[in-house]
Design a protein around this ligand. Structure first.
Ligand code: HEM
Ligand code: HEM
Length: 189
């Protein structure tokens, strides 16, 4: 590789990557128990701490992703890793799918809340009784966004799992330094 070509992502891209990955897995693990039951009983879903945690971690994913997209537009050149053509294309397609899923999963969740007239409740007592723009909108009533959100959340975990397995295979079987590119260290070799 040309010594002037970066070998790693810049530190902010690395921070966004690992913080998002952690928040996605944590949101997935902390399922919002009792959300539907509490709503059916006319009770506040925020009475369930798992709902509070799930919504807070999910909103963290959305905020990190929006900041990360801004950074993507101005950041230094990412590494151009030497891989077979089809592997490059597969990696690009997977990244595209992951970008789409980390954006759409939380957005479908917000439509779920709007469609069920449920508040958005976050840790620290932050609460939005009605979501601006989408509360009472035709879009939020179009379908059961809770089901869409669940499918997107499960797909995100599946695609991220395949992506992580590919990164580990590249690093430890092919030995091409793909994982190193997302880990701290000197950017140029
Ligand atoms: C990337 C982030 C997220 C992931 C991976 C994720 C994943 C999931 C999954 C897998 C379920 C189904 C749980 C089950 O019933 O077995 C679910 C439900 C739910 N999530 Fe998320 N979620 C995320 C973000 C959010 C956000 C940002 C919010 C709210 C602002 C949210 C609110 C909810 C609610 C209210 C439900 C229950 C929906 C229903 O039963 O109709 N989630 N989530
Ligand atoms: C929910 C979890 C994850 C999401 C959403 C995710 C998403 C992404 C995205 C969008 C990129 C492109 C980065 C950019 O252009 O700035 C990327 C790169 C990368 N990710 Fe992940 N990732 C996740 C988990 C993981 C895990 C667990 C590993 C390792 C075990 C990993 C290893 C890598 C590596 C090595 C790269 C850079 C190499 C490449 O170009 O593929 N990721 N990831």
């Amino acid at each position: 590789m040309n010594p002037s070509t970066p070998r790693r992502y810049d530190w902010l891209s690395q921070f966004f990557h690992w913080a998002t990955a952690l928040a996605v897995v944590a949101a997935y693990v902390v399922e919002p128990h009792g959300f539907k039951r509490l709503l059916r009983q006319g009770l506040d879903p925020a009475a369930s701490s798992s709902v509070l945690w799930h919504e807070s971690l999910g909103i963290l994913v959305l905020v990190l992703t929006l900041l990360r997209l801004l950074w993507l537009a101005v950041r230094p050149a990412p590494p151009q890793l030497e891989m077979a053509g089809w592997t490059q294309r597969a990696a690009r397609l997977t990244h595209l799918a992951l970008w789409g899923l980390v954006l759409l999963t939380p957005l479908a969740a917000l439509l779920t809340l709007a469609g069920k007239d449920a508040p958005l409740t976050l840790l620290g007592g932050l609460r939005l009784q009605e979501l601006p723009w989408i509360a009472h909108s035709a879009l939020s009533r179009l379908l059961d966004w809770g089901d869409v959100h669940e499918v997107l959340g499960n797909t995100l975990l599946l695609v991220a799992g395949a992506h992580a397995a590919a990164a580990l295979y590249h690093q430890f079987v092919l030995g091409d330094g793909v994982l190193t590119a997302m880990l701290p260290g000197r950017r140029r070799g």
